[in-house]
Design a protein. Structure first.
Length: 288
């Protein structure tokens, strides 16, 4: 491999590594953000402490369209689940990591009217990636779909008062980290989200969009920022649920994490500087 290819590979790997770092964020329970959603919120009276990721649990149902008597690599899949189908108890954010002052956040308690939580509904599409030696489902890939994130408000009487959609996670792909540990990747979208929730999630530190640090502002920034999310889904063993015609459905339980990623401006500067340096090197070598 020549020096140009080696340097390109090193820069690409370095850029991916930097871009994969979780961006710290906080949640503003005031709903409409801090002021107009601009600048810092260190002293926000309605803000949680900074977190790097959300710990999550959920139950999935994956319908596999069989093209042969058994599961075959490439078979289409549709994975669904969430609050609407299985309830909050098994589909919830279980913690803000690292944990700190979270102003009534709960993954199970319904005791107070000021308690709140986060849940989701999801509808994902992809294909079977591999099967076990016994012919069972091993790994999958996703290329599209939507995860609808919900704010859950409790009624203080043991039940849920309301759920409101606060953002959508638009799935664009996946990456098999290791067996039973698929990373789901994508971008954020706030189309149709009520104005009261647009400033709820905010990054702490890092880049902004003309000073706007809300997730909504970053997602809509012009020029665009590479604002994305990654879900470490950590799937337990899949279990049989049903077989109707050629549609086999298997279920799974997950205990993973959700993080948000905003590349630092230095990442792009690093890439540009490296390429600029290589161009100079190439010109010097050509002169020789």
């Amino acid at each position: 491999m020549n020096i140009l290819k080696q340097t390109l590979l090193a820069v690409a790997l370095g850029t991916v590594a930097i871009g994969a770092q979780a961006t710290p964020f906080y949640i503003d329970l005031g709903g409409t953000g801090v002021g107009t959603g601009f600048a810092d919120a260190t002293n926000c009276a309605t803000c949680t402490a900074d977190a790097e990721e959300l710990n999550i649990k959920y139950v999935s149902h994956t319908a596999i369209t069989l093209t042969a008597p058994g599961i075959t690599v490439g078979d289409a899949i549709n994975t669904t689940g969430g609050f609407s189908s299985d309830g909050f108890a098994v589909n919830a954010v279980t913690g803000l990591n690292p944990s700190a002052q979270n102003f009534g956040f709960s993954n199970s308690a319904f005791t107070g009217v000021l308690n709140w939580g986060l849940s989701y509904n999801f509808d994902l599409f992809g294909n079977v990636a591999s099967i076990t030696g016994a012919g069972d489902l091993a790994d999958v890939t996703y290329d599209s779909g939507t995860i609808e994130v919900l704010l859950v408000k409790f009624d203080g009487l043991g039940g849920i008062a309301s759920t409101d959609r606060i953002m959508d996670l638009v799935v664009t792909g996946s990456d098999l980290d290791n067996n039973s540990n698929l990373l789901i990747l994508g971008t954020l979208d706030f189309t149709g989200v009520a104005a009261a929730y647009l400033d709820m999630f905010n990054i702490q530190g890092g880049p902004s969009c003309a000073g706007d640090i809300t997730f909504d502002g970053l997602a809509a920034c012009v020029p665009a920022l590479d604002f994305s999310f990654t879900i470490d889904q950590n799937l337990d063993a899949a279990v049989f649920e049903s077989l109707v015609g050629n549609i086999l459905t298997v279920g799974g339980t997950h205990d993973g994490s959700l993080r948000f990623d905003v590349p630092e401006p230095g990442t792009l500067l690093l890439l540009g500087s490296a390429l600029f340096g290589m161009a100079g090197t190439a010109r010097r070598r050509k002169v020789k």
